[in-house]
Design a protein around this ligand. Structure first.
Ligand code: BMA
Length: 360
């Protein structure tokens, strides 16, 4: 009887909050532990490129549409390093990499969280990340492929970027790294129809091993899909518990609000048991409704989808300065602004000001 009781008790215990990288820095481990604890308290709200530009402005120091609309900074800041692999000075969304490092430092200093995605160009065709014209691309960068060396060089460049992120005492700044995302779709060169599950997993592991071997230990690795119907589909290309810290998905509203809420709930209901079985943090890694139409999208559509679900964060997509209508959070004067204020006033919706000592 006693043995059975012990087994039953241990089954109930969630796996420990250890990072996939056994050599992760102290701040990275602390961030992970705190993200796990925080997800029981509420869901952090995030925004892509929040400090770099917004609707009608670019590069204004200290400016942020989200904060100007609701009074606080987002808790999570998404960033993008596509084009860094080309040795470019600025990203595909026109942020200078030098400035980007400064923004990441500023977020760290304010006690917020940084997440980085990577729309790397197609290493075979030299087209952009959305160039899916050849199915040979992943084969070409894996060991034995014609572009393997080139690709390792790209990984070196990305690794140097992460190594160069330093806090005031020289400590590496932890970052959630979210490469090869939306992999259940086939619109990026690493997508479902472009490589086998084994090739995807190899690509991921090569990336992580290469960076870790170069001394990059400030990353939490995010495996972030597009839509899926079943747990098996979500996990088909999962790189393994030693390579992933956070599981999540990207989803955008294209039909009615009710449909989007129910779509988010369905995806989350599949995601959460996976996160818990693998001991990982779960997040809605990209989301939104282009133009945030109406005056209650956060309260009517987003909140019912995330309430009580245990999601660590929701990252709303960018407010482009140069594409009219391409924005995903409120900005001063927009019809959704009052509702954003109501949304973030709730105890279980967390903005930067509600976080404390997440790196300790
Ligand atoms: C898309 C759009 C593009 C952008 C890309 C990468 O969703 O916002 O304008 O270049 O993401 O950030």
């Amino acid at each position: 009887m006693a043995a059975i009781a012990v087994v039953a008790a241990s089954c109930k215990t969630e796996p420990a909050a250890t990072t996939s990288d056994k050599d992760a820095t102290a701040e990275t481990v602390a961030l992970y532990k705190n993200m796990k604890n925080l997800s029981a308290r509420g869901t952090m709200i995030g925004h892509q490129d929040a400090l770099a530009y917004g609707v009608g402005w670019y590069g204004d120091d200290g400016r942020c549409d989200f904060k100007d609309a609701c009074g606080d900074y987002p808790a999570v800041f998404g960033w993008e390093i596509g084009e860094i692999e080309q040795g470019a000075e600025y990203s595909l969304d026109s942020i200078y990499f030098d400035r980007l490092k400064g923004y990441i430092r500023r977020v760290y200093d304010m006690g917020g969280i940084n997440s980085v995605s990577w729309h790397a160009r197609n290493p075979l065709t030299k087209g952009d990340a959305w160039d899916v014209s050849s199915k040979e691309v992943v084969t070409s960068i894996l060991p034995g492929g014609e572009n393997h060396g080139l690709f390792l060089g790209w990984l070196d460049i990305a690794a140097d970027f992460f190594l160069d992120l330093k806090g005031s005492s020289g400590e590496p700044i932890p970052v959630i790294f979210r490469p090869y995302h939306e992999l259940t779709g086939s619109w990026f060169w690493w997508g479902k129809e472009l490589c086998t599950p084994e090739q995807y997993v190899t690509l991921w592991r090569i990336t992580a091993d290469h960076m870790r071997n170069k001394g990059v230990h400030n990353l939490l690795w995010a495996y972030s899909t597009a839509g899926y119907e079943t747990p098996e589909e979500f996990l088909e290309r999962y790189p393994g518990d030693d390579y992933v810290d956070l599981v999540g998905f990207d989803a955008y509203q294209h039909a009615s609000g009710e449909e989007f809420t129910s779509q988010l709930k369905q995806l989350t209901d599949i995601l959460m048991p996976i996160a818990s079985a693998h001991g990982k943090v779960a997040a809605l890694t990209e989301a939104g409704y282009e133009g945030v139409k109406g005056d209650a999208w956060y309260s009517d559509v987003l909140y019912p989808a995330v309430e009580g679900k245990g999601l660590s964060y929701v990252l709303l997509w960018r407010n482009a300065y140069d594409i009219p209508g391409h924005f995903y959070t409120s900005y001063p004067g927009h019809t959704s602004t009052d509702d954003l204020r109501r949304f973030v006033a709730q105890d279980d919706i967390l903005t930067a000001g509600k976080l404390k000592d997440i790196y300790r």
